[in-house]
Design a protein around this ligand. Structure first.
Ligand code: C2O
Ligand code: CU
Ligand code: CU
Length: 508
């Protein structure tokens, strides 16, 4: 089955040698990705205090936020320096806080020797302010958008979005948390002492060798996305957090390139899910486990009023393209459970104040208002392929990329869809080979159905990123102009996105 490769299967080097090496690495992949657990072998793998990113509150800074995109070195493990990227620091960025109704002046200075962008994932603003691939900031340049914040309180995510470089730049550190607040949310008296009982948690998996960050490459990383054996929370491996003995709010952000988390506590405790990507749910939902795909966020309340400790864990991520036996083998080699973050709440505190039964009042868009239906298939070039293996038509035929939407790889110069500003539409989205987090810029949407039936519990609320494999129907309303620059829709497995699983739409 191994033959001549098309010119740019995934835009990266595609010699027969790399490809064979990648295949060989599949068998050895277990050793490379999962079994080695290198981070646990280096000195300094003892528990380390969770890093809390500094808070930049726009209201306390005269509505002006300055970000500097920079290269630096980070000691994830003591005495082992890694070369990383960050905003106002060496890895990741500050937490930015904005308030509904405000106009916030950003200045983003790029001190890298390469171009970057900063995309405000989940912020609903016009196309030219979105920070997608069309708002390139060249080396030495500064981008100064004024962001009109007109949406409800929510936990958002900002990150690099340079087409073809997003996965690498984010992996090396170009991401951060963006919090929108509003008066209605403030009136609920939810935990909101930043870093104390209101804690942002950026979850990432990264690969280390001898304690130094490495950037996995090769065909497998292109297919399944970059994975790593070490979990970082806000850049901290083996993290623990001391928290007050009361109810705390966690703002979970999946900042991984490809990994899905299936989160729960080691003692089986329940927690209250209070906000999805678009902001507060109408009412809290009691859960024992929560799945978070790349790009997704969730706010949860966890009761620590009885003190003591508990560890947030994740179950194995088995979302690998099922490439015959090899995929299953790789999946089964991942550890079944991994600790994410250990909490210590000390001695019992006061009984927690009750959680409001109503969190938000929201108008639901009516599916009957939808003026048209569009279908999107997130493709991996595998349709019609016999016998497994990754040498499907996409790989072998006509030089087409494997990562596509509706059979086409992303093209900066092509507008794929035109929508009318103000319209409501139904988007029916499905994915090949594995689950894909489908993300749309410039909108929040609701999930109407999944696999022809009712949506999952975790599909509720306003969203900007949804897991698809079986078809989902999304009700999307277009409220932001994409006239001066288009909006993207794409898979949030960043390697899929970089390699073509992305499209763009403009508004008329
Ligand atoms: Cu979080 Cu288009 O990205
Ligand atoms: Cu986005
Ligand atoms: Cu994908």
């Amino acid at each position: 089955v191994i033959g001549k490769l098309p010119k740019r299967p995934w835009t990266m080097r595609s010699t027969r040698r790399t490809f064979l090496a990648a295949v060989a690495a599949v068998a050895a992949g277990a050793a490379g990705i999962y079994a080695a657990r290198s981070a646990h072998l280096v000195a300094g793998s003892e528990p380390r205090p969770l890093r809390i990113p500094p808070l930049l509150d726009a209201r306390k800074q005269g509505q002006a936020i300055a970000l500097s995109v920079q290269a630096g070195t980070t000691e994830f493990f003591p005495g082992r320096e890694s070369e990383t990227l960050g905003y106002n620091g060496a890895y990741l960025g500050p937490t930015i806080r904005m308030h509904r109704g405000d106009d916030v002046q950003l200045s983003v200075a790029n001190s890298l020797r390469e171009a970057t962008t900063v995309h405000w994932h989940g912020l609903v603003v016009p196309g030219e302010l979105d920070g997608g691939p069309h708002q390139l900031i060249g080396p030495g340049a500064t981008w100064r958008p004024v962001l009109p914040v007109r949406q409800s309180a929510a936990t958002l995510f900002y990150h690099s979005h340079v087409h073809g470089e997003t996965a690498r730049q984010v992996y090396l550190g170009l991401a951060g948390v963006l919090i929108v607040g509003d008066d209605a949310e403030a009136a609920l008296n939810l935990p909101s002492e930043y870093g104390i009982d209101d804690i942002p948690l950026v979850l990432q998996d990264r690969q280390f060798e001898a304690g130094r960050l490495v950037l996995p490459s090769g065909m497998m990383t292109l297919m399944e996305g970059r994975r790593g054996d070490t979990l970082l929370v806000n850049g901290t491996p083996n993290a623990f957090a001391r928290v007050p003995a009361r109810r705390i709010r966690l703002r979970l952000v999946n900042g991984s390139n490809a990994r899905f988390y299936h989160l729960s506590f080691d003692d089986g405790r329940t927690f209250q899910w209070i906000a999805s990507e678009g902001g507060l749910l109408e009412a809290p939902v009691e859960l024992r486990a929560l799945t978070l795909a790349p790009g997704q966020r969730a706010e949860i309340l966890v009761d620590f009023s009885t003190g003591g400790s508990a560890t947030l864990e994740t179950a194995r991520d088995s979302n690998l393209p099922m490439v015959g036996m090899m995929g299953r083998l790789r999946g089964s080699l991942a550890p079944e459970r991994q600790p994410v973050l250990a909490f210590d709440a000390g001695v019992p505190g006061e009984p927690p104040i009750p959680i409001p039964a109503r969190l938000a009042v929201r108008e639901h868009a009516n599916p009957a208002q939808a003026v048209r239906r569009r279908r999107f298939v997130l493709g991996m070039g595998m349709e019609g392929m016999a016998g497994g293996g990754m040498m499907g038509r996409g790989m072998m035929g006509g030089g087409m990329g494997m990562a596509t939407i509706n059979g086409r790889a992303f093209d900066m110069a092509r507008i794929d869809e035109r929508v009318r500003l103000g319209d409501t539409e139904i988007w029916e989205v499905s994915g090949e080979m594995m689950a894909h987090p489908f993300h749309v810029h410039g909108v929040h949407f609701e999930v109407l159905s999944r696999a022809g039936a009712r949506p999952d519990v975790l599909d509720q609320g306003l969203k900007d990123t949804v897991v698809v494999q079986e078809p989902v129907e999304l009700l999307v309303r277009f409220t932001q102009p994409a006239v001066n620059a288009p909006f993207m829709y794409h898979c949030h497995i960043l390697e899929h996105e970089d390699n073509g699983m992305m499209g763009q739409f403009a508004t008329d």
